[in-house]
Every structure is written in C-alpha cells, then in structure tokens.
Design a protein around this ligand. Sequence first.
Ligand SMILES: Nc1nc2c(ncn2[C@@H]2O[C@H](COP(=O)(O)OP(=O)(O)O)[C@@H](O)[C@H]2O)c(=O)[nH]1
Ligand SMILES: [Mg+2]
Length: 379
Amino acid sequence: MIVKRFSGRTAEEALAMAKWELGEDAIILSSGKARDHWWKFWQSNFQVLVATDYPRRNAATAAHEAAPTMLDTPRSADVAPVVQVGGMPTPSPTRETHAADNRLDHVISMLEGLGQRLERMEGHADDATAEAYQWLFSRGIADHWARKLAESVRQYQEETEADFEEAVKETLLERLGPPAPIALAEPATVLFIGPTGSGKTTTIAKLAAYCHLERQKSVLLISTDTFRVAAVEQLKTYSEIIGVPFQVALRPQDIPQILKDRQWDVVLIDTAGHSFNHALYMSEIRTIAEVSRATDIHLVLPATMDAELMCETALRFGDGLNPKICFTKTDEVRYPGSLLTAALTLGWPLSYVTDGQNVPDDIQVAFGETLVGLLKGGD
Ligand SMILES: Nc1nc2c(ncn2[C@@H]2O[C@H](COP(=O)(O)OP(=O)(O)O)[C@@H](O)[C@H]2O)c(=O)[nH]1
Ligand SMILES: [Mg+2]
C-alpha cells in the first residue's frame, strides 16, 4: 500500500499528478486546501492524500496508461476501486467485491485517521516555521535569510526538542561557525582595519585593557594612523591609562623595526580610516598586514550600516586578507538584523561585538548567546 500526498495550485492539478503517479485506481483519502502560510502563497495551495495497492508506476508506464483509451478501463477485475481519482463509478458489486469493499473500507478509515493526524502535525510544523520566520524577520534579518534560518530552527527543534532560543543559537552557529576572538595562547599581532569612525581605536583600547589587566599579557599598541594628530593622541592616552607601551609607525616600513626584538604577547595595530574608494589607503593596509606579519586581521564595522553597504565594505577592505569581523555600536541599533544578514551573506568568522563607548567593559566575544541576546533586544 502506498500513501502519498500530492499538491497543486488547483484541485485538478493535484488530482492529475496523483493519477499520473499512482494510477487511476488510487483512492483519495482526504483533500482540501494546503495549510501553507501567506508567505508561501506562490506555492501549491491544494492537497490530496492518495493511497493505492499498486506499486508506484514509472513514468514510461504511467505515460502509456495515461493514454485516453486506458483511462476509463479498470486494470483488474479482481480489485474493485472504491473511488477512482478520475471520479469514475465502480463496477457493479458481486459477493467478492463486497468482501473486498468491506476490507478496503476498514483500511480506508484507518488511513483517513492517519491522514488527518499527518495534516495536524504538518499544520503545527508550519506554524512553528512561520513563527520563527516572523520573529527573525521582525528583527531586521533579510527575508531570504529569515526563511532559511526559520526552516533550520524548526528542524533543529524537531530533532532535539531544544527550546526556541537554543535552536536559534545553534542554527546561527551552524551557519556562522564558532566565534574567532584573538587567540592568546600564542604571540599575536593583530591589525584593525575599517571605515573612519567605525570604532577601531576604541575597540583596540578595550582589548588592550582585557589582555593586559585581566589576562596579564604584555601588550604593545602601535598607531599607523598618522593622518590625524588626534588619532595618535587618542591611542596614546589609552595606552597611558591602561599602562601599556605605545609606538607610532610613521610609515608601514617602520613596523618591522618596532617589532624587531619581539617581546610582547600581544601587539595591537591601529590603522587610519578612509573610504574603501581610496586606492592608496587600501594598498597601504595590505602593506601593513604584510610587513607586520599580522597573525590576525579584524575588520571593524558599525552595526548602524545597512547590510548591503556592510557587505560591499567588507569585500573591498577584506579582499585577500581573510579578516574576521568585529561589529561595533550594537547599542545604537534596535536589532542586529543588518549585521546578521551581512555576516550570513559573507560567511566570514565573527570575533567581537561592542555595545557602547565604555573602555574596557563594552565588548563581548561574538558567541551564539551574544547574538541571540542582541536578537532578543528589549524583549
Ligand atoms: N555607541 C557606541 N559608540 C562607539 C562604540 N565603539 C566606538 N564608539 C564611538 O565611535 C566614535 C569613533 O570611534 P573610534 O574608535 O575613534 O573610531 P575609529 O575612527 O574607527 O578609530 C567614538 O566616539 C567612540 O566612542 C560602540 O560600541 N558603541
Ligand atoms: Mg581611530
């Protein structure tokens, strides 16, 4: 016995597909409007649940049997179809056909119950997907990503019975990979790049304080941002407050000399911010990465950018550098829809998110929990 659901835009279409695949003797167990949601409006909206005793036919057989001369002819005198997909009447009853009818009636009533249960389950599953979609979409995640995530969230919940937040966290982790903060086990030379005012210098100060004061690492700060005097002063002031050495590299070529007698656990290098259209600046970033032998590059992007500009900025800045992304200013947006959309689109590892101007407190590793926390916002 084969039981199968067929969908179509109209009842006729769903029935034609059932007849094509299972033959004209197949039995309709239930039919009606599909329980899909408004956002699947372009998909099938009529469904039939159909059963047959016959093995599924291949396309060639089906094509042959679908010929007009065969359509109205019962395939076997032994089996009397109760309801034909084509809506044809049954042959006149005999004792054998009565007995077969009774057995078949019993099977049908069982299958109808099963069909209704399946539909109820499907209904619940779709509701859960739609709810997850609404939740993600209302937080600014682009429509196509909200859909993909919602499907994965529902699937994860079905498989593990995890609660919603856990499922969202795991789904994001699966797509984005684990967070990639600075690895402190080995000496690290970390370069921070990104647009003007994105929060590079402030983030460096937060990380310097964490590495030095909390993790007792020796830290050197280097500024290559000689474009503005104030920029040098800003990092110098932070270095004095935190109590770590500070150096200025007037040209990228000065960096190897500064790092000659390597004696720091962590070197954090600040760069000037410019538009990615500034060709000279973009090539200077690459030179700095090369001469400093950066072990890690973090692209600093403000959460206030829209997702499209984030992606374009990331691709222009990050070209050939394989940076991690640090999102700043998450406190200035209601929900992190843009940054998650960009992160999912780029598929690059995330390192940190920062959520305020306070040094050193307002920074967190981009753990799944951190991202779900941002998604929850003021809930
Ligand atoms: N609200 C908010 N402001 C931040 C954050 N990070 C940095 N800023 C502010 O953004 C401005 C530019 O930061 P700065 O570190 O100088 O950016 P840079 O030009 O990339 O070095 C400063 O006023 C910072 O205090 C953050 O996470 N949240
Ligand atoms: Mg700066």
